[in-house]
Design a protein around this ligand. Structure first.
Ligand SMILES: Nc1ncnc2c1ncn2[C@@H]1O[C@H](COP(=O)(O)OP(=O)(O)OP(=O)(O)O)[C@@H](O)[C@H]1O
Ligand SMILES: [Mg+2]
Length: 275
């Protein structure tokens, strides 16, 4: 069964899109079949995978709001071998309002994924918008697992409190949601800020795993501009190596892995202690 993993953080610019793209490429390199879904009206992932947004017949917007449209009608090949994309479109910004009139608006993405044939895929990776809105809630309800990309920034830890509150509430709608852990991104090795943030994370969220860190590098931005993954653009770079490690980490920490404390509940408890 395909694992549905969302890269989620309501804070902007934490490398959600970069991580979705490059983890997709890393898993594809390992022979996995990946469906990447762009749930952000900014359509950054769609553009970064080389898909022409203007030329699209249908996007994730149509998938969410048109009952008659299946996943297969929206999925499109990308410039990255082994990676198929459900593209976004700026129209998706209107979905927020339009979903208000839809019954069970939080469950639309979940319904679409449940009724779709996901057997052609091993992974469904979802890129999220920097928001906590109806679209984001749809992602949290549909996902099986979450990765939280986080960059060394003074605001990064503050937003986590709200994120875990939201995840706590979502559990009613999606009890099987599992937070896999934090993915430190844009990490400058000699930066005091990064070291401090990682230490605080370990202290405040001791039950949450830390995925392999991704170093800060201008190459990341260059590869997005080239409309491909950094694994293809700069296969021997440190960032490509890091995302390969993240791919391997995901494979090693399967959705059926057990024996862990409940990370969401643990995060919740910690958060409330730190309010
Ligand atoms: N490892 C890295 N080193 C340097 N810059 C990076 C790295 N990863 C991502 N970036 C850059 O950081 C910026 C934000 O990255 P990205 O768009 O992936 O974040 P995001 O979380 O998806 O943003 P948004 O919240 O707007 O969707 C981009 O300009 C990207 O090129
Ligand atoms: Mg993004």
């Amino acid at each position: 069964m395909a694992r549905i993993v969302a890269f989620f953080n309501q804070k902007g610019g934490t490398a959600k899109t970069t991580s979705t793209l490059n983890v997709a490429a890393a898993l594809a390199e390992r022979g996995r079949r990946v469906l990447a879904m762009d749930l952000d009206p900014q359509a950054s992932l769609t553009m970064a995978t080389g898909v022409d947004v203007a030329g699209l017949d249908a996007s994730v917007y149509d998938l969410l709001l048109d009952d008659g449209l299946g996943l297969a009608a929206v999925a499109t090949p990308t410039a990255i071998p082994g990676v198929t994309l459900v593209p976004s479109h700026p129209d998706l910004a209107a979905a927020e309002l339009e979903l208000l009139n839809v019954l069970e608006r939080e469950r639309q993405l979940d319904y679409r994924l449940r009724s779709a044939d996901l057997s052609p895929y091993d992974y469904v990776l979802i890129d999220s918008p920097p928001a906590l809105n109806v679209l984001s809630v749809n992602i949290l309800v549909a996902a099986g697992e979450l990765v939280i990309p986080i960059e060394p920034h003074p605001l990064s830890l503050m937003v986590l409190r709200r994120l875990f509150e939201t995840i706590g509430r979502i559990r009613r709608l999606n009890p099987r949601l599992r937070v896999l852990g934090f993915l430190p991104t844009k990490v400058h090795h000699s930066s005091r800020l990064a070291a401090d943030m990682l230490a605080t994370l370990a202290e405040e969220f001791p039950d949450l795993a830390r995925l392999p860190a991704v170093p800060l590098s201008v190459k990341s931005a260059e590869s997005a501009a080239e409309r491909t993954s950094i694994l293809q653009y700069m296969p021997r770079s440190a960032v490509a190596a890091a995302y390969r490690e993240v791919g391997a980490w995901l494979e090693a920490h399967g959705s059926s892995a057990n024996g862990h404390a409940d990370p969401v509940a643990a995060g919740q408890e910690r958060v409330s202690l730190h309010v």
